[in-house]
Design a binder for this molecule. Structure first.
Ligand code: FES
Length: 79
């Protein structure tokens, strides 16, 4: 599973770094390092909906407040 987090300036202002840190921590805590590949990307043109995250190409809008729920429903449930 490939998870890409936008680290463009608009998403950065909305907390993409916290989203990345939260997802990294949860992936590690659940021993998913070999199943989930976390990566960053520059602006993908969806700034209003940031923080922009894609899971195997499917788009999601995530914020630092929803990162844990996002992980549970979109990553952990499918990994
Ligand atoms: S900065 Fe993330 S979509 Fe533009």
């Amino acid at each position: 599973m490939k998870v890409t987090i936008c680290i463009g300036s608009s998403c950065h202002l909305k907390g993409s770094r916290q989203v990345v840190e939260t997802l990294q921590r949860l992936v590690a805590e659940n021993n998913l390092e070999d199943k989930v590949e976390l990566g960053g990307t520059f602006c993908i043109g969806n700034c209003q909906q940031g923080v922009c995250v894609t899971v195997d190409g499917e788009f999601f809008s995530v914020s630092p407040d929803t990162a844990i729920e996002f992980f549970n429903t979109r990553i952990l449930a499918k990994a």
